[in-house]
Design a protein around this ligand. Structure first.
Ligand SMILES: *Cc1c(COP(=O)(O)O)cnc(C)c1O
Length: 402
């Protein structure tokens, strides 16, 4: 089969088919699994071709900071999964966010950002982009009036994550896409928590989607990486910055992420199923005050999540009775789940947000954001859910002194 046929064939294919087949360019060796090109540079057949590649007259590989076939394979596959025209892969999720901002912002521009984005995103804007004259206003993810009031004449980007970490709040992407269009700025969505298996922001009107591939795209906790997906016109700018600045994805990591994508939907369905099961169970336990999971119908984002997402994902959080001491006791009594700040792994992880992922915030900011001292976040993995409950019972037992 020619490459050309593959593109045509996949144009109307379903998500699972694209996840398994998208972007592969089979070589003369006839390899079935995607080839891993560990090469920093490429040999030109003759001097005229070298000149043509350098001038951009002819497409083709020059150097792996610019292009690499394995990385390109990953980029094509994730672009197709998100329903975007193209993608550029980066060395980490933060490199994807940084490169997008570097490419699309300049001094005097303004960003409106949801308050509960990934902590390092806040640092990037507050500490570093501020140095170059980029202003930022933080708003509540779910308050439409705050988004509306925050936009100004110089607003260039609306940036958010939905659902949020760790309280699973849900933003209305349709509303934000309309707002961005009305004021003439870009809507950029960090789709890390849902992945295209559960939510496709570009189809809801977003201009760019960003991922930390480190999380669910890999799904097995092996590699750090990121990607930006969207229209050619915008991605050309991001790619130009990437080529000049160099935070590109390694070919090896791209190969691992390609393999991760093949099982993306199966994994996201399993994460969601187990998280739902655990959330319902936790709600019934003595010692648990409150559970935050958009799959629960008492969650304020439930109806919107039902409309906007295919499922509710693997992350949930809950408050135990008592304060920080209780939360720490609970966490320290667990044996199976891993105490680590990462998420999106086959292995379930547990963390105390107030003293780890959200410790950089002031007490007031944490209170405003609902990051109470008794809050625990769990990113549900792929273990048997019965064993996860047994482990959570160890935590609950430590609270009651059982
Ligand atoms: C982890 C994470 C990032 C940063 O990604 P890295 O790969 O760690 O650089 C950005 N956004 C969200 C939502 C994340 O969870």
């Amino acid at each position: 089969m020619e490459d050309y046929d593959l593109d045509i064939l996949l144009r109307d294919a379903g998500l699972d088919t694209i996840a398994v087949r998208g972007g592969q360019r089979r070589n003369a060796e006839g390899e079935h699994s995607e080839a891993l090109f560990l090469t920093s540079s490429y040999v030109f057949p003759d001097a005229a071709t070298a000149a043509a590649r350098f001038s951009g007259e002819e497409e083709g590989n020059v150097y792996s900071r610019y292009t690499n076939p394995t990385v390109r394979n990953f980029e094509s596959r994730i672009a197709a999964l998100e329903g975007g025209e193209t993608a550029v892969a980066t060395s980490s999720g933060m490199a994807a966010i940084m490169s997008t901002f570097m490419a699309l912002l300049q001094a005097g521009d303004h960003v409106v950002c949801s308050r509960d984005v990934f902590g390092t995103t806040t640092v990037l804007l507050n500490k570093f982009f501020a140095k170059f004259g980029v202003e930022v206003t933080f708003v509540s993810l779910t308050s439409q009036s705050q988004w509306r009031e925050a936009v100004r004449e110089n607003t260039r980007i609306l940036f958010l994550e939905t659902p949020s970490n760790p309280l699973c709040e849900v933003a209305d992407l349709g509303f934000l896409a309309e707002l961005a269009e009305a004021v003439g700025c870009l809507l950029v969505v960090d789709n890390c928590f849902c992945t295209p298996a559960l939510q496709q922001p570009l189809k809801l009107g977003a201009d760019l989607v960003i991922h930390s591939a480190t999380k669910y795209l890999d799904g097995q906790g092996r590699c750090v990486g990121g990607v930006v997906v969207g229209r050619h016109e915008l991605l050309n700018e991001v790619t130009a910055f990437m080529r000049a600045a160099g935070p590109t994805m390694s070919a090896f990591n791209a190969w691992v992420f390609l393999k991760g994508l093949e099982t993306l939907r199966l994994r996201m369905e399993a994460h969601s199923r187990s998280a739902m099961d655990l959330a319902v169970w936790l709600q019934q336990q003595e010692g648990v005050e409150r559970v935050y999971y958009a799959g629960l119908d008492d969650h304020p984002g439930h109806d919107l999540a039902c409309r906007q997402q295919r499922d509710f994902g693997g992350v949930l959080s809950f408050c135990v009775t008592g304060g920080m001491e209780s939360a720490w006791k609970f966490i320290d009594a667990t044996r199976l789940v891993s105490l680590t700040a990462n998420l999106g792994d086959a292995k379930t992880t547990i963390v105390h947000p107030a003293t780890t992922t959200h410790s950089r915030l002031s007490e007031q900011e944490r209170e405003l954001g609902g990051i109470t001292p008794n809050l625990i976040r769990v990113a549900v993995g792929l273990e048997d859910v019965a064993d996860l409950k047994t482990d959570m019972e160890r935590g609950l037992g430590a609270l009651s002194g059982r």
